[in-house]
Design a protein around this ligand. Structure first.
Ligand code: ZN
Length: 70
């Protein structure tokens, strides 16, 4: 069975872009592990251009997509 994906450009990123107030536009981000919590991990998103902190994400085992904006 040949599985063909959708023709769109889907990428399996946790978060591809977030709005950066310093750059005044949505910027690609990289994540950094901040803390290991009893129920998951706290990651921080940093702007790839100016390294501002753009938000954090708590990664839990059953809810990996919770994003808290500052
Ligand atoms: Zn920036």
């Amino acid at each position: 069975m040949v599985r063909t994906g959708p023709s769109g450009q889907y990428k399996d990123f946790n978060a591809s872009e977030l709005y950066c107030p310093r750059c005044k536009r949505a910027m690609p981000v990289r994540s950094r592990l901040l803390l290991v919590l009893p129920d998951g991990e706290l990651h921080e998103y940093l702007c790839m251009r100016c390294a501002s902190s753009l938000g954090t994400k708590t990664v839990r085992e059953n809810r990996p997509r919770t994003i808290y904006m500052p």
